[in-house]
Ligand binder design. Structure first.
Ligand code: PLP
Length: 284
């Protein structure tokens, strides 16, 4: 018998315009790409024996991983407690709560490293919580290396891929998918997108904050673009109006940079990721 978890993945790949193809991750049941890693990290922890029914999962998340963990947790019988930045969209917070998750808003996500260390310290002191830590957990990029990238290769039906463009949060997407695609196409260029330092594009973060997530393999990344949030937002609105695709700001960012790449490489095939649905950002 199927459960909701069986419908994670197998998202559509849509040609947005000539030579630009986007994986529409909002089709996942929790509405974002993070369903994939939430499930993979939970399965990994179960296999290691560090997560048992009734346990409490604690995670630091800009939102989508929280929604995904709360959804998978509801299905599998885990309590989920999430530390989220105050800039998180109200819709995401409501979704987490609808799945029975608890939300603790924290003031400044720039202190990410300190928050991570604080959770680790609480565990050392004996607090009974399980910290999956998407920034350090290799089950995060593995979900994309093993599954998301394979789906892309299958959906492209042998068509050569020249560029992979992805927004960077934990770095799981760019590392996992990028690695697999580069193994298949060694000349492929991997392009990262981050917000201009000090600006917010929900789900993305700037390496210039000074924190490099341990799972992010920067050796793989050929170039990183800094994008103003207003451009990401404007582009996502265009995607709704012109393409019928209601997606989040990080999708706008990925598409904006994909078009920049196309301008200089008109014959290249570009793959990008639209990480989540737009319904959760309607307050803008
Ligand atoms: C909306 C959105 N876009 C992009 C990303 C970046 O993905 P990754 O964490 O795999 O780098 C995230 C991550 O939280 C996200 O929530």
């Amino acid at each position: 018998m199927n459960t909701i978890l069986d419908f994670i993945g197998n998202t559509p790949l849509i040609q947005i315009e000539e030579n630009i193809f986007a994986k529409i991750e909002g089709f996942n049941p929790g509405g974002s790409i993070k369903d994939r890693i939430a499930l993979n990290m939970i399965i990994g922890a179960e296999k290691k024996g560090i997560l048992k029914k009734g346990d409490t999962i604690v995670e630091l998340t800009s939102g989508n991983t929280g929604v995904a963990l709360a959804m998978v947790g509801a299905m599998k019988g885990y309590k989920v407690k999430l530390l989220m930045p105050q800039t998180t969209s109200p819709e995401k917070i409501k979704m987490v709560k609808a799945f029975g998750g608890e939300v603790i808003l924290i003031e400044n996500i720039k202190f990410r490293k300190d928050v991570i260390n604080d959770i680790k310290e609480r565990i050392k002191q004996g607090e009974k919580i399980v910290f999956l830590n998407q920034y350090e957990n290799f089950m995060n990029p593995q979900a994309h290396y093993k599954v998301t990238a394979q789906e892309i290769l299958k959906q492209m039906k042998g068509k050569r891929i020249d560029f992979f463009v992805a927004g960077m949060g934990t770095g799981g997407t760019i590392t996992g998918i990028g690695k697999k695609l580069k193994q298949k196409y060694p000349n492929l260029k991997i392009i990262g997108v981050q917000p201009v330092l000090g600006e917010t594009i929900e789900g993305l973060r700037s390496l210039k904050e000074g924190f490099v997530p341990p799972i992010l393999d920067l050796e793989l990344v050929d170039e990183i673009y800094d994008l103003e949030s207003i451009k990401a937002e404007k582009t996502r609105k265009e995607l709704a109006l012109n393409k019928g695709l209601l997606v989040g700001p990080s999708s706008g960012a990925a598409f904006y940079i994909s078009r920049e790449i196309k301008r200089n490489n008109p014959k290249a095939n570009i793959i990008t990721i639209f990480p989540d649905r737009g319904e959760r950002y309607l307050y803008y």
